[in-house]
Each structure stands twice: as structure tokens, then as C-alpha cells.
Design a protein around this ligand. Structure first.
Ligand SMILES: NC(=O)c1ccc[n+]([C@@H]2O[C@H](COP(=O)([O-])OP(=O)(O)OC[C@H]3O[C@@H](n4cnc5c(N)ncnc54)[C@H](O)[C@@H]3O)[C@@H](O)[C@H]2O)c1
Length: 253
């Protein structure tokens, strides 16, 4: 049977955290493919022209509800939701206050719940609805000094499978992307702040067996694939885009 040709120009795509980094790359990837794109971010200054942007904090129920409604109207519906927002926290089990745990849980996990709930009525009206959550290699690889962040990303992957099985009956496919170390502004800020930026950049590059950080556009392409009809048999899956970080032990380059 022939696989239907993807028609991204027919997709309306909502992306959280689309103001920079992976979210912005994903928004631009979909826009370049002809989709109608809207982003929610607390800082929308970096959003490319032609992409609808609403400034909102994903930890605020009312702001999320209003932003999703505004973008659904502007885009003519929502076919694809990309739950991308996430913030990091560096530290082991003895670092991080109870408030830090609550804050990261709210931004990295509960925001996905909040935005998904607001988007579901619109996704239900789509002929090919899909949700893609952004996880992290930390969820599966046990990287040092990332206990709090890792716990939230483990939750994102578990929640992806639970959402997938619940929503499949309505034809809504839910999957996740698990990126390795991605060369975003966020990582550049960490590198710039280090005592030895050159050494830290080499460490971040060297985590991947490919010997370099993952490009944001490579994550965007994986998101677009999971949202496309080509992936219609892919449900509750986690697509790894990590340069071999998890499974390959020797650098190949
Ligand atoms: N960069 C990496 O190496 C990497 C690796 C694996 C997974 N990830 C995940 O990818 C996602 C994006 O990461 P990134 O590196 O592009 O991050 P980033 O910090 O570059 O971008 C995150 C965006 O989210 C927005 N944002 C943050 N908190 C918000 C809030 N409360 N309300 C609204 N907007 C908010 C920011 O303004 C920013 O535009 C995150 O979920 C992150 O955990 C990143």
C-alpha cells in the first residue's frame, strides 16, 4: 500500500517554547515546509516573521488557555501540538530545594498537561492529529549532576506512553523525541559561563559518538516526521536523536 504523501501545508502546528532553541528550529522547519505555525513562549522576540506568536507563561492555567484559544483561531485549528518547553537544573540529589523541584516539575511536566488539555478540543477536530513531547537523553542515560532535570524528563517519556494509549482511541497519536546534547542558545550560555569554555564545549561535543552536538534542525526534522502521516504506525514511541550518546560507546569521528 502506498504511503500517503505528507502535506505539511495542510498542517496547523502549535509549539511551546518556540521563541528560541529547539522550539524555534521546529517552528521554522514546519514553516519552511508550508505549515501554519503558532508558538507560545514567555519571550517571543526571536520568533520569525510569518509565525504567529503569543507571549504566555506555560505555568499559568489562564494564560495557557487564552494563548491556545488565540492561536487555534489564528491557525484555523490545531493538527499538531509540540510540547517542547523545558528548563534545566544542574545538580545532584543534595542540590535543589523543594521549591526547585516544584518549579521544574511545573515547567517540564505539568505544562505539557496544561497545554495538551487546552489543545485537545482542537486536536479532536483534526483529520490527522498528533502530539510530540520533547524528552531528553538524560531520561535514559543517567548523565551526571542532572537528578532533578532527569526525573522530569523520565516523567515526560512515561507520560507520553500513557497519553498515547488513552488518546489512540480518538485517533490522536502521541510520541516523543529524545535528543542528545543540542547546540542551542541555552547550551551556549552554559559554555560561556564555564571556567574553561573550550573544555566544556569539547565535553558536550564528545558526549555524542558522532563527536558533535546535535543540531536543533535535526530534532525539528524528527518532530516533523513523528507528526506526519509517514509515522501513522508510530504510537507511544520515543525517537532518539542523540548522535549515538545512549548506545554507542566509541566515537566514530
Ligand atoms: N539543548 C539541549 O541540549 C537539550 C537536550 C535534550 C532535550 N532538551 C529539551 O528540549 C527542549 C528545548 O530546549 P532548548 O535547549 O531549546 O531550550 P531553550 O532554553 O533554548 O529554549 C526554551 C524556550 O522555552 C521558553 N520557556 C521557558 N520557560 C517557559 C515558561 N515558563 N513559559 C513559556 N515559555 C518558557 C524560553 O523562553 C525559551 O524560548 C526542553 O524541553 C529541553 O529540556 C534540550
Amino acid at each position: 500500500m502506498a504511503v500517503p504523501v505528507q502535506n505539511p501545508s495542510a498542517q496547523s502546528v502549535l509549539i511551546t517554547g518556540g521563541g528560541r532553541g529547539i522550539g524555534r528550529a521546529t517552528a521554522e522547519f514546519f514553516q519552511d515546509a508550508g505549515a501554519r505555525v503558532g508558538v507560545i513562549d514567555r519571550d517571543v522576540a526571536g520568533v520569525r516573521s510569518g509565525i504567529d506568536a503569543v507571549r504566555a507563561d506555560v505555568t499559568d492555567d489562564d494564560e495557557v488557555a487564552a494563548a491556545v484559544a488565540e492561536l487555534a483561531a489564528a491557525l484555523g485549528g490545531i493538527d499538531v501540538l509540540v510540547n517542547n518547553v523545558g528548563v534545566s537544573f544542574v545538580g545532584g540529589i543534595e542540590q535543589g530545594t523543594t521549591q526547585d523541584w516544584a518549579r521544574l516539575w511545573d515547567v517540564n511536566v505539568v505544562s505539557h498537561v496544561r497545554v495538551t488539555r487546552a489543545a485537545l478540543p482542537h486536536l479532536r477536530r483534526s483529520s490527522a492529529p498528533a502530539i510530540v513531547n520533547i524528552s531528553s537523553c538524560t531520561a535514559t542515560s543517567g548523565l551526571p549532576d542532572r537528578v532533578l532535570y532527569t526525573a522530569t524528563k523520565g516523567a515526560v517519556e512515561s507520560m507520553t506512553r500513557a497519553m498515547a494509549v488513552d488518546l489512540l482511541a480518538e485517533g490522536i497519536r502521541v510520541n516523543a523525541v529524545n535528543p542528545g546534547t543540542v547546540a542551542t542558545e541555552f547550551m551556549e550560555e552554559i559554555i560561556d559561563a564555564a571556567d574553561d569554555p573550550t573544555a566544556l564545549r569539547a565535553q558536550f561535543d564528545g558526549r555524542q559518538a558522532t563527536g558533535r552536538m546535535v543540531a536543533p534542525a535535526e530534532v525539528a526534522a524528527a518532530v516533523a516526521y513523528l507528526a506526519s502521516p509517514h509515522a501513522r504506525s508510530t504510537v507511544g514511541s520515543v525517537l532518539v536523536v542523540d548522535g549515538g550518546l545512549a548506545d554507542l560507546k566509541l566515537p566514530v569521528a
